[in-house]
Design a protein around this ligand. Structure first.
Ligand code: FAD
Ligand code: 2HG
Ligand code: ZN
Length: 537
């Protein structure tokens, strides 16, 4: 079941014809121009199966090197020459840029496009609304560089440069393996040095499918935001391709650079509406050896809130996650996710909290967390709790929290609201909504409490316009009244393009529209998304 969004196709956009297909095949090669029905159905449908487009064309640009076919010695020699020329004259790279060539052509023909990563977005931004061409970045998955000086371990900087289509989990594994093997160095032979591994500064339930380009385009938050902060801080540089094919090289790797406006920030969180991100340079923190995870129960929301205040005060900089879910979310996971069980004995717990610490001293960190938990239990902030004894148990705790979106999807239709709110007010909205909707709907609240980010979800057997009418605009007005944000981390996409005014002033929205028109005058990039249709078409 999908919710109908009444909207007109913009007649300014052309429709695909045979010449277009020929041209795309010329640029990308036959197999990267996909018209197969099954593949198109998947690419047209979002993760929730709520938004469905009707595109007839899926393009999969890949890195030029992979396209070379090594048939004979002459071709090998030719490829080698091209490769050398590219190394010597990096600006010539533009000539080989497939994304650039595709966009340039689409722009000249006024063909609308949807940039697509792992298609795990939750606001209908990653799929077409009508027949827009889908440009999926999944084949651009090379790691370009990681710490050129990595052999000299004391100089490791942790800067990763990669293509946009790299899957987040693959990057996590890559970084985890960086220090795993000791590579003897001519100059240093200090075997006492511990392996030096790194982690991605973001982690989310969709890590097995989402791509770094999609993460940056949505400015994804996730489970470790409380520790590592926003991608606006961790992304050091980007390469983005504009609608007319211009390649904007902002792929810096410097920590500090105050030369003029920092344009990369426009692309972080712009949801494919200003350009296609093709490369990312990101600062990755060292992987620390001591990780502890507690799964706790609290009797009421005020206790969760006070527990957070205390955790920030007492655990300080070893705190790496503070997540919560209410008992309604827990019930959903237990009912719909296989092999998940509540680690705490059955009891009437209203809220569950996950507290993770990450540090460098296992005995000190564990003692610190245990002392904190004991004290919190004594003063009644925690009613029960368990500390993960090993990595498997920690994984099973995380599965509960990370399993909520999937359980909601399995339970039927779901209306999702991803809100930033003052922490003390956050759960009032869930309770008000529950009262408002009565027993017909399951109203669940969970999310990144440590960041003031509530995921309010309304679960129903099927989509129901009457219920939707009771939820919206109430939920947006409530959020706006409390000076919250109607999108904390998922973006606006199609779902909230016309709701931006609940969180942004008229002047700000007009400036955004001007920027959009400057960078994409024909409006071909992800139309109908992010900005109100009344101002962009
Ligand atoms: P897609 O879904 O493919 O695209 C998302 C948007 O970015 C679209 O507008 C698309 O046009 C654009 N886009 C994608 N790639 C590019 C590119 N290379 N250049 C330009 N534009 C591009 N989000 C959070 O913030 N925190 C969470 O904790 C979190 N958890 C999730 C858990 C689950 C189970 C799921 C399904 C989703 C979750 N999300 C979360 C939502 C989602 O935003 C993220 O999964 C992710 O950042 C999207 O990446 P993607 O590669 O799937 O992008
Ligand atoms: C999460 O934190 C995701 O699990 C998804 O951001 C939230 O499904 C949702 O509402
Ligand atoms: Zn989230």
């Amino acid at each position: 079941g999908s919710t109908p969004i009444v909207m007109q196709r913009n007649p300014m956009f052309s429709t695909i014809n045979a010449d277009d297909i020929t041209k795309f095949k010329e640029i990308l090669g036959e197999k990267n121009v996909v018209q197969d029905e099954e593949a198109l159905l998947a690419a047209n449908t979002d993760w929730m199966r709520k938004y469905k487009g009707s595109s007839n064309l899926l393009l999969q640009p890949r890195t030029t090197e992979e396209v070379y076919i090594f048939l004979s010695c002459e071709i090998v020699a030719a490829c080698f020459t091209i490769f050398c020329i590219r190394i010597s004259f990096p600006h010539l790279d533009r000539l080989f840029d497939k994304v650039s060539q595709v966009l340039k052509y689409c722009n000249s023909r006024c063909l609308a496009v949807v940039p697509q990563g792992g298609n795990t977005g939750l606001v209908g931004g990653s799929v077409p609304v009508f027949d827009e061409v889908i440009i999926n970045m999944g084949s651009m998955k090379n790691i370009i560089s990681f710490d050129k000086v990595r052999r000299r371990l004391y100089m490791v900087s942790g800067i990763l440069v990669c293509e946009a289509g790299c899957i987040l989990e693959n990057l996590v594994s890559f970084l985890d393996n960086q220090g795993a093997v000791w590579k003897p160095n001519f100059w240093i032979l200090d075997l006492t040095m511990p392996p030096f591994r790194f982690v991605m500064p973001l982690d989310l339930g969709a890590k097995g499918s989402c791509q770094i380009g999609g993460n940056v385009s949505t400015n994804a938050g996730g489970l470790r935001f409380v520790r590592y902060g926003s991608l606006h801080g961790n992304v050091l540089g980007l390469e983005a391709v504009l609608a007319n094919g211009t390649v904007l090289d902002m792929l810096g790797t410097l920590r500090k650079d105050n030369t003029g406006y920092d344009l990369k920030h426009l692309f972080i969180g712009s949801e494919g509406s200003l350009g296609i991100i093709s490369k990312v340079s990101i600062l990755t923190p060292p992987k620390l050896s001591s990780v502890n995870l507690a799964f706790l129960a609290c009797k009421d929301y005020v206790s969760c809130q006070n527990l957070l205040l205390e955790a920030k005060r007492k655990l300080g900089n070893i705190l790496s996650a503070f997540e919560f879910l209410d008992s309604h979310s827990m019930d959903l996971v237990l009912n719909h996710s296989e092999g998940v069980r509540n680690p705490l004995p059955p009891s009437m717990h209203n809220f569950y909290v996950l507290i993770e610490t990450t540090g460098s001293d296992q005995s000190y960190d564990k003692e610190k967390l245990e002392a904190f938990l004991l004290r919190s239990m004594e003063v009644g902030l925690i009613s029960d709790g368990v500390l993960a004894q090993d990595i498997n148990q920690a994984f099973s705790f995380w599965r509960i929290r990370e399993g909520v979106p999937e359980a909601l999807m399995k339970a039927g239709a779901v209306y999702k609201y991803d809100l930033s709110l003052p922490i003390e007010k956050m759960y009032d909205l869930v309770e008000e909504m529950r009262m408002r909707l009565g027993p017909a709907a399951k109203v669940v609240g969970y999310g990144h409490l440590g960041d003031g980010n509530l995921h309010l979800n309304i679960s129903l057997p099927e989509y129901d316009d009457t219920v939707l009418g009771q939820v919206e605009p109430f939920v947006y007005e409530w959020t706006s009244k409390h000076r919250g944000s109607i999108s904390a981390e998922h973006g606006l996409g199609l779902m909230k393009a016309n709701k931006i005014h609940y969180s942004k002033s008229t002047e700000s929205v007009h400036l955004m529209v001007s920027i959009k028109k400057l960078l994409d005058p024909n409006g071909i990039l992800n139309p109908y998304k992010v900005l109100p249709s009344s101002l962009t078409s």
